[in-house]
Design a protein around this ligand. Structure first.
Ligand code: P6P
Length: 328
């Protein structure tokens, strides 16, 4: 894990930060700048809509379902439209994989990048004013520019990500990303309309005492997961579960902790999606010095077979994830 070499002051704007660290992005920095600008722009619009959700008719269910059969909230669909539109206009992305669409979306055959995104994760929390988030992964296409998109472009392993991040729409709105040289956090300064550097070189504590899991499902967990949860309680750990993956992940990144969504009786591969939830957070976790597995294997080595495939997810402080694995 290599931290960004050029120490920039708190308050540095996102664009300036990318330009000052351009040699750390293996491709043309202008392309990454444009991609992150597209994502940041869409997130500012989503942020505005999330913040006024209670005032205008964009809360509640759409009455439709997403690829996984989950109820789509109105803001889910709006967010998906915003990110799709911003990435289309930006021109750098050739394809988009989204939780909200069954197959990938062709954007621009001349684009060099494939984006995988959960436009609005935790949307069941929208109506109760709890933090929600956007999760994104950025891959370099493998097929020649100008050619139709192929499976090899879409079904890439997490280790092939060139960048990844999330936006957390919380008490403040933050964009946290990595290009493989450490993790940096930017807070949205609405009076400027800019994301500014607030959390340089983020690292997750090697150990922690916070565990995040939906204990209501614990009767259907494996014996090894049940044993680990007993270990947490016997050691007086703190349980914190927001029910919004980005919010739980972000707290654990700052304070140390583990988030677990294991296999359950209902979901034999767990609930979370490899391509647009787990890969991005696994990349960030490892870049911040943490660990991310399916309870045994590194998330970033899982070879995807389907855009919407699920995986059990153990992510957070290395010593906590290793301890959870040791009961396996
Ligand atoms: P459960 C939200 O739907 C989500 O994908 C994550 O953000 C969150 O951590 C998890 O599902 C919550 O799932 O089954 O505990 O309600």
């Amino acid at each position: 894990m290599e931290a960004s070499r050029i120490a920039l002051p708190i308050g540095t704007a996102l664009d300036r930060f990318i330009k000052n660290n351009q040699d750390q992005f293996q491709y043309a920095s202008g392309e990454l700048s444009q991609l992150l600008r597209d994502i940041a722009l869409a997130s500012k619009v989503v942020n505005r809509e999330v913040n006024k959700a209670g005032l205008i008719d964009i809360m509640g269910p759409m009455g439709s379902q997403n690829s996984g059969g989950e109820q789509q909230q109105k803001l889910d669909v709006l967010a998906n439209i915003r990110f799709t539109r911003a990435l289309t206009k930006g021109g750098e992305a050739c394809a988009l994989i989204s939780e909200e669409t069954e197959s990938f979306v062709d954007l621009n055959n001349d684009g060099n990048y494939v984006i995988a995104i959960d436009p609005l994760d935790g949307s069941s929390n929208i109506d109760v004013n709890v933090s929600i988030g956007t999760i994104f992964s950025i891959y370099r296409r493998k097929s020649p520019v100008g050619q139709p998109i192929q499976d090899q472009d879409i079904l890439q392993t997490g280790d092939e990500q060139v960048a990844a991040g999330y936006i957390l729409y919380g008490s403040s709105t933050m964009l946290v990303y990595t290009t493989g040289h450490g993790v940096n956090g930017f807070t949205y300064e609405s009076t400027l309309g800019e994301y500014v550097l607030s959390h340089p070189d983020m690292t997750i504590p090697a150990d922690g005492r916070i565990y995040s899991v939906n204990e209501g499902l614990s009767n259907s967990f494996s014996e090894s997961v049940k044993t680990y949860l007993t270990y947490c309680k016997d050691n007086n750990y703190t349980a914190r579960y927001i029910g919004s993956l980005v919010a739980d992940f972000h707290r654990n990144l700052l304070k140390g902790g583990i988030y677990i969504y294991p296999a359950t009786a209902k979901d034999k591969m767990g609930k979370l999606r490899l391509m647009y939830e787990c890969n991005a957070l696994a990349f960030l976790a490892e870049q911040a010095g943490g660990r991310a597995t399916d309870g045994k294997n590194r998330i970033l080595e899982i070879k995807p077979k389907d855009l919407h495939q699920r995986t059990p997810f153990f992510v957070g402080s290395t010593k906590m994830v290793e301890k959870a694995e040791s009961f396996g």
